[in-house]
Design a protein around this ligand. Structure first.
Ligand code: PLP
Length: 420
């Protein structure tokens, strides 16, 4: 039987339903991005505007996801629109560098302590592929060690984290448990090219590392002669110097993406000049790394504004709002008599309809309730990830956050009503 929440969703989004049917004929499941897919069908968005998304049925949503953390200044942020427009007027791609490309590279090197040089690509996934390539080339080994339920994009050697089991060229250890990484690095260190870690797990539910974890894993990787690679694709928004500045981690390579493209497709890999020399086309045997749109002028112009305008003051303001909304969500859940927990770190959080937040996982025991809440949130004008992830942006004001709390409370009452 269809729930009231689903009925309400369908009644409010007939044009999205029509578009989903059209999409299903030409795209498997009607979508082209597995994370964003959900039942009964995902929305078709007409436009984004500051902190809002508008769908083709004319519904407005407060955007609490920012395209999975990448739109840290909201949609169509005027200085970014201006930078992209200026870039577009000068042509969007050419096979030579632009000034914006050099300036963005300089800015990233200036901000991220372990990064002296970068190479641009077009997604976080590509940054991960490149990182594997460098590590394998420099060590002559093939195995990758990463966290169970860690996510570094859609490259098959790195996607096994989500599957939760080892693969032919990938081994998994438990995030937060340094000994599980140390044991594998002691036993199989000779075969391991690199250890990949998100400093704070994203897809697995915003899990921060225990004190000393990143440091211990980094040291164990180095003792084994493997590279230590931090994936800051999401976490670069947590501090000007990325999460490595917060936790004092010293990676050999850093994967970047999302916010450094100002809303356009982007990825980058950075590290010491010594390691990054593996790409230097002037050297014999250098890694062949190319890409038609690598470091294109539109992305770099947008990224430059996005990163430059993400100041520590703005980061602090987002963090304070995130703390407050996490508390308000807890209160709303208590009023609706729903089990609830939230894990928040900086401007990121993940909610769970469980008394206690589970350890890092993508297999949710509250899958039915979170799916119901996700639809109920949409019905109440809030756009969050189907898995309950929330990422704030700099354009969400205190006033809007009050509205978020009220709308979320209503959505929780809808969930309680439907499950009662
Ligand atoms: C931590 C992390 N690494 C890598 C990626 C892959 O980035 P992209 O989607 O740009 O390929 C993501 C995407 O969500 C991510 O969260």
């Amino acid at each position: 039987m269809m729930s009231k929440i689903e009925e309400q969703y369908k009644a409010a989004t007939p044009k999205s339903a029509e578009m989903a049917a059209r999409a299903e004929r030409v795209m498997p499941g009607g979508d082209t991005r597995t994370t964003a897919h959900h039942r009964p069908y995902s929305l078709t968005i007409a436009r984004g505007e500051g902190p809002f998304l508008h769908d083709i049925d004319g519904n407005r949503y407060i955007d609490l996801l920012g395209n999975y953390t990448s739109l840290v200044h909201g949609h169509a942020y005027p200085p970014i629109v201006e930078a992209i427009t200026r870039a577009a007027n000068g042509g969007t791609a050419w096979p030579a560098r632009s000034e914006a490309q050099v300036a963005l590279a300089e800015l990233l090197c200036e901000r991220v302590a372990s990064v002296e040089q970068v190479r641009f690509c077009n997604s976080g996934t590509e940054a991960g592929m490149l990182a594997c390539h460098v590590a394998r080339r420099l060590t002559g080994r093939k195995l990758i060690l990463m966290a169970r339920y860690g996510y570094h994009g859609s490259y098959d050697d790195l996607e096994l984290g989500l599957a939760g089991h080892d693969g032919e060229r990938t081994m998994l250890a438990d995030f937060g448990e340094a000994t599980s990484f140390e044991a594998l690095l002691t036993e199989r260190g000779q075969e391991i090219a690199a250890v990949f870690l998100e400093p704070v797990l994203g897809s697995a539910g915003i899990v921060a590392p225990p004190a000393g974890f990143l440091e211990r894993v980094g040291e164990a990787a180095h003792r084994a002669g493997a590279l230590f690679i931090l994936d800051e694709v999401i976490t670069l928004r947590l501090a000007c110097g990325g999460a490595q500045a917060i936790f004092g981690a010293k990676p050999d390579l850093t994967m970047m993406g999302k916010i450094i493209g100002g809303g356009l497709p982007v990825g980058a890999l950075g590290g010491s000049a010594e390691i990054m020399a593996a790409f230097n086309p002037r050297e014999r045997g250098a890694i062949f790394h190319s890409g038609t749109f690598n470091g294109n002028p539109a992305t770099c112009a947008a990224g430059l504004v996005s990163v430059r305008e993400l100041t520590q003051d703005r980061i602090d303001a987002m963090d304070a709002r995130a703390k407050k909304i996490a508390e308000e969500l807890k209160r709303a859940a208590r009023q609706a008599e729903l089990p609830f927990s939230v894990r928040q770190f900086g401007s990121l959080m993940n909610i769970f309809f469980l008394d206690e937040a589970p350890p890092a996982t993508i297999n949710r025991q509250d899958s039915r309730t979170i799916a119901a809440f996700h639809l109920a949130a949409l019905n109440n004008g809030l756009f969050i990830a189907p898995r309950g992830m929330i990422a704030l942006s700099t354009v969400l004001t205190d006033e809007l956050m009050t509205e978020v709390a009220e709308r979320a409370a209503k959505a929780m009452l809808d969930v309680a009503r439907d499950s009662g």
